[in-house]
Design a protein around this ligand. Sequence first.
Ligand SMILES: Cc1ncc(COP(=O)(O)O)c(C=O)c1O
Length: 390
Amino acid sequence: MTIDIARARADTPGCAHVLHFNNAGAALPPTAVIDAVGGHLHREAMIGGYEAAADALPLIERAYDAVAMLIGCARDEIAMVENATRAWDMAFYANAFRPGDRILIGQSEYASNVIALLQVANRTGARVELVPDDEHGQIDVDALAQMIDSRVRLIALTHLPSNNGLVNPAIAVGRVARHAGIPFLLDACQSIGQMPVNVDEIGCDMLAATGRKFLRAPRGTGFLYVRRTMLDRLDPPFLDQHAATLTGPLSYEIRHDARRFENWENFVAGRIGLGVAADYALGWGLESIARRITTLADALRAQLAALAGVTVHDKGVVRSGIVTFSKATEDPAALQRRLRASGINTSVASTMNARFEMEPAALSSVLRASVHYYNTEDEVALFSSAVAGA
Ligand SMILES: Cc1ncc(COP(=O)(O)O)c(C=O)c1O
């Protein structure tokens, strides 16, 4: 199926106001999501928050089914949380690491994950080890395989880095993890909603994702997938009376589904919106979405690379909808401000988000332009001439 661009744009009111190439920051939501979230907030105000939630229970539960369908898992393997970082943390901190344990990560691991990894390494005596990149700039899967031994407790990978247009070979990494019987934690924050992501095909045991980026859900939403066989092996870092039950004055039992990683109070309207966004993406089809994004991103890279003084920095064999570049005569922050003043949204990606990745290339920051399927070829051309300063 090809995407009906006119319908996609008619469904997206923000398209009338901005040229939005900041989908890796937060995408423009479709009307279906805006109405679902706004409708629930209104209902909370009219009849009360608890009462509105009780009435909306089928919609809240639908969100678990929609997200499960999106990534090919069962609904009881999904926890709804606030964002990708909290999803990743809930899974990561639930592991019991011991001195000498090894945790293998890729060079493009997201900065928040790296901070958590280092904190846990300091606390427990586990070691965080970097798997090198291959000649294409993606994780070197052969090197990873050679690093495996009986002390490796976890493999963590960021599927699509925040600061670069590469797509890491998650399926190949999953094969290594499965073969060795090592848990595999995937940060799919930038891939969910952008391309097909299937947890069985990838072979990941835990997956963290956010709502607001390519999935087009509201800010403040995210989810964690935990494979059923892993659930009882992970001790959540926080528990409340939703994640566990007091079974006596001094005893408790943790629930056996992935909701052990949730907390009781939450952004109910956002969860409903997340479910609607997942259903909306499934309606277009993730293959179709990915094809359209690739077409636009390839065109954007080609046009930018043809401009004098512009360097495109994306690496990898397979590229995503994230396009990173710099301009010799204009600092990324100044360029972002100039574009914003003419109604064009982008973001600046700095070394702080990805030190392993950017420091060796001596890049302190780059401009990040990220396209979605509702963007157009005309917008790509307009953007390129705006970058050129025409
Ligand atoms: C690759 C990657 N992982 C994790 C995150 C964190 O996501 P969130 O802000 O939803 O916690 C981001 C955010 O930009 C990201 O790009």
